[in-house]
Design a protein around this ligand. Structure first.
Ligand SMILES: [Zn+2]
Length: 325
């Protein structure tokens, strides 16, 4: 099996956690490799999700102008192309990029345009998910979901909640209600820093069609079956889960058990820089530790297409690319 050659779908990917050394050097000339590794890559085994999230702060500081946002978006497309990703959903929180005077609407417009440019340049199909963050206020969450609605018809196709899962959900219930009323596709981070109860809380209050991570659902088989029955897709990011301390190594990750249970899941990097991993490498790890072969990867990519937030026409094209290979 030639892993680099396999067509791949990636649904869980943070723009701000994926800056290559090349683009950082361009945006902040003089940055050494050591500085890049210190500031943009999280330790292999962080003490907590909180420590991991700290490493997500540095890149935000060089994603504040039109030129910077364009550069990091196009940089990510080059990385996607190298992994032979045929479709990606790229996510970020627009409200984190207002320090140099851009409005949230301008930020989304810039990334949307750069995404169209990246698609054209690389042939990698892609869409955008806008994130609210757990520590955001109700107003900030509402502002974010309304941006998704405002940008309907562009590359923007969904809404997510990210950041520290241990914080309460209360500020965000209204935004997810708004999403439901307006037919906006939703995913939500959970079942990572906290266990099955967090996934249940998200399902009961946010009603997303996908869950970012959700891997700790395996600790409650009833919940895992419930997810399967409701066809809720899990966006699994193995290396990231090791970094945030859920598992000691990828070999101990429970992705294979979730797969064997028949749940819809995909394989993702979460952040290529912060986790210092490519999607090719994630696939290689699964091949090495769980003997995943071409049919496993084809199956998870099929799941990913069904769970994607793009339209049916795009899905048909992706299905064809996957089966033609
Ligand atoms: Zn994530």
């Amino acid at each position: 099996m030639n892993i680099p050659n396999l067509p791949k779908i990636e649904l869980h990917l943070h723009l701000d956690c994926s800056l290559s050394y090349e683009v950082v050097k361009k945006l902040r000339p003089g940055t050494t490799r050591e500085e890049y590794e210190r500031d943009f890559i999280a330790p292999e085994n962080c003490a907590s999700l909180e420590e991991y999230l700290k490493c997500a702060q540095e890149p935000i500081s060089i994603m504040q102008t039109k030129e910077q946002l364009e550069a990091v978006t196009l940089d990510l497309f080059e990385q996607l192309k190298t992994d032979n990703v045929i479709y990606a959903e790229i996510r970020f929180a627009p409200l984190q990029h207002l320090n140099e005077g851009l409005s949230a609407e301008e930020v989304v417009k810039i990334v949307d345009k750069a995404t169209s440019k990246g698609i054209e340049k690389t042939g990698v199909e892609a869409r955008i998910i806008l994130c609210t963050l757990r520590h955001f206020s109700e107003e900030e969450s509402m502002e974010t979901v309304k941006l998704v609605e405002h940008f309907k018809g562009t590359n923007v196709v969904g809404f997510d909640i990210a950041a520290d899962e241990t914080l309460p959900i209360d500020n965000h219930i209204k935004a997810f209600e708004y999403a439901r009323e307006h037919g906006i596709h939703c995913t939500a981070h959970g079942g990572e820093a906290r266990g099955p109860e967090s996934v249940r809380e998200i399902m009961g209050n946010f009603h997303p069609s996908r869950i970012g991570h959700g891997v700790r659902s395996i600790e409650d088989l009833k919940l895992l079956d419930d997810l399967k029955e409701k066809n809720i897709h899990l966006e699994v990011c193995p290396s990231s889960n090791v970094q945030t301390g859920i598992y000691d190594s990828v070999a101990q990750h429970r992705i294979n058990e979730i797969y064997e249970n028949g749940n819809s899941l995909s394989v993702n990097t979460d952040g290529r820089a912060i986790s210092n991993v490519s999607l090719n490498e994630e696939y290689q790890k699964l091949n090495r530790h769980f003997d995943w072969q071409k049919e496993h990867f084809r199956q998870v990519n099929k799941f990913a297409i069904e769970a994607a937030f793009c339209d049916e026409k795009t899905k048909d094209l992706l299905r064809k690319k996957l089966t033609d290979h």
